[in-house]
Design a protein around this ligand. Structure first.
Ligand code: PNS
Length: 184
C-alpha cells in the first residue's frame, strides 16, 4: 500500500513537488490553556510531518490548573477544529507512554527561549533513554514567542484582554471563567 502523503508538500529547486510521506507526531504539553504560540507549533508540525496528536498531559510540577484536563481537550479541539490532520486527546502518565499509545514517530516540542531549550533537551534525552523515541524542536514564531499560558491566565484573571493571544474558544472560556470582580 502506498503511504499517505502530506497535503502541503514542499517545492524542489527544479519546481517539482516533493511528496513527503505522512509522519505522526505527538506534541505533549499542559495546554492550560492552548494559546497562539502552541497553535503556531501545531501548524509547523502539520506542514513538516502531516499527522499531529496534541496530547494534554500532566506536568507533575504543576498538577492542578485553571482548566481541568477534559476542558483543556475541549478548548484545544474547538481551537484546532479546522485542521483535519490534528487530533487532541488527554493522557495519564508519561509522554513516552502517550507517544507509544498513538504510535507516534516523534515527539515535537516548541522552543521559545534558551531556558526552554535547557529543560527540553534534558527531557528529550530522558525520553529517548526510556523508549528510543526522538524529539524534534521547532522554534516558536518570533512574534508569538512571548506568550505563555501562565501569563494568559494572570492577565485574563485581572480583567485585561487576551483575545490577541488565544483562539476565540479559549478567549470565550476565559471571559466566562473570570466574569465579575478580579480573581487574582
Ligand atoms: O506545557 P508544559 O507544562 O511545559 O508541558 C510539560 C509536559 C506535560 C510535556 C511534561 O511535564 C511531561 O512530559 N509530562 C508527562 C510526564 C513525563 O513524561 N515525565 C517525564 C519527563 S522526562
Amino acid at each position: 500500500m502506498m503511504p499517505a502523503t502530506q497535503a502541503s508538500s514542499p517545492t524542489a529547486n527544479d519546481g517539482s513537488t516533493v511528496v513527503l510521506p505522512m509522519t505522526k507526531v505527538l506534541i505533549p504539553g499542559s495546554f492550560d490553556p492552548l494559546h497562539l504560540g502552541h497553535i503556531d507549533v501545531v501548524d509547523q508540525a502539520v506542514e513538516l510531518f502531516g499527522d499531529v496528536v496534541l496530547g494534554v498531559l500532566v506536568n507533575f510540577e504543576k498538577p492542578s490548573g485553571l482548566f481541568s484536563p477534559d476542558q483543556r481537550v475541549q478548548l484545544a479541539r474547538a481551537s484546532l477544529s479546522d485542521r483535519p490532520t490534528v487530533t487532541v486527546q488527554a493522557f495519564g502518565g508519561l509522554a513516552v507512554q502517550a507517544a507509544a499509545e498513538v504510535d507516534a514517530d516523534f515527539i515535537v516540542k516548541g522552543l521559545r527561549t534558551p531556558n526552554d531549550f535547557d529543560i527540553e533537551q534534558q527531557m528529550a534525552h530522558m525520553n529517548h533513554s526510556v523508549t528510543g523515541i526522538r524529539t524534534v524542536f521547532l522554534p516558536c514564531r518570533s512574534d508569538l514567542g512571548f506568550i505563555s499560558s501562565r501569563f494568559v491566565r494572570e492577565i485574563s484573571a485581572n480583567g485585561e484582554a487576551i483575545d490577541h493571544l488565544v483562539a476565540a474558544p479559549v478567549a470565550a472560556a476565559l471571559a466566562d471563567r473570570f466574569a465579575g470582580p478580579s480573581h487574582e
